[in-house]
Design a protein around this ligand. Sequence first.
Ligand SMILES: Nc1nc2c(c(=O)[nH]1)N(C=O)[C@@H](CNc1ccc(C(=O)N[C@@H](CCC(=O)O)C(=O)O)cc1)CN2
Ligand SMILES: Nc1ncnc2c1ncn2[C@@H]1O[C@H](COP(=O)(O)OP(=O)(O)OP(=O)(O)O)[C@@H](O)[C@H]1O
Length: 198
Amino acid sequence: MASSYGTDADKSALRAGYLAARQQIPAPFKARMDRSIDETLLDFPLFAEAPLVLSYISYGNEVDTHGIIQGVLESGRRVGVPLVDSATREMAFYEIESLNQVSPGFKGILEPDPDECRLLSMDDFFGSVCLVPGLVFDAQGHRIGYGGGCYDRFLWHYPGDKIALARTMQISSNPLPVESFDVPVDFIVTEGSVWACR
Ligand SMILES: Nc1nc2c(c(=O)[nH]1)N(C=O)[C@@H](CNc1ccc(C(=O)N[C@@H](CCC(=O)O)C(=O)O)cc1)CN2
Ligand SMILES: Nc1ncnc2c1ncn2[C@@H]1O[C@H](COP(=O)(O)OP(=O)(O)OP(=O)(O)O)[C@@H](O)[C@H]1O
């Protein structure tokens, strides 16, 4: 059972379970759930009014962010997307003006071209929001991702609001195991609601 004193081994088992569960969702249900998450997010003023949105570019069975990113760009607001240094697992965000500026990189995920896009810095991050991916979340905003620790490292220093996108089935009613470096999100946006964590 998940506990707040859990270990890395507990996280691995949860990660495997939620990865498998996510693969079982039929594509039409997934698309419908993700559209609802997108609509809930658009009604959330913190997101709708943010001048800069840092977003993961979804791949595989993650909550889809392509339409969200396109919508933010069309609204004239700014978008930053992550680039991973595969040696250090450090993650940096670059500003894109179009989804044409990304191509497959780390793990086949679409990433920005650092020669074409501007590297965003701490000065840019104040007042921004970050859309955070994850396999499972709890009511405190704790999360388990793919296990690379990329988001944990980045969020440790990130000064903006952290918003997770999750299908309701990705919310654990038990507290997840927490380690010293884990950084909880502030809000979780699901198909029908925005949960304020903590
Ligand atoms: N879309 C997206 N971009 C992201 C992340 C993410 O979680 N999602 N990251 C978050 O840190 C960073 C990349 N880190 C990653 C670390 C490990 C794996 C990984 O092991 N993926 C599995 C695939 C699992 C599946 O969906 O079936 C693999 O390749 O086996 C992926 C990304 C930065 N960019
Ligand atoms: N701030 C940090 N500094 C150094 N190493 C870190 C930091 N945060 C996490 N790590 C390392 O990353 C590893 C994976 O962390 P964890 O299992 O929490 O990843 P995750 O949250 O599932 O993945 P992600 O953050 O990429 O979505 C940890 O074992 C830890 O060693």
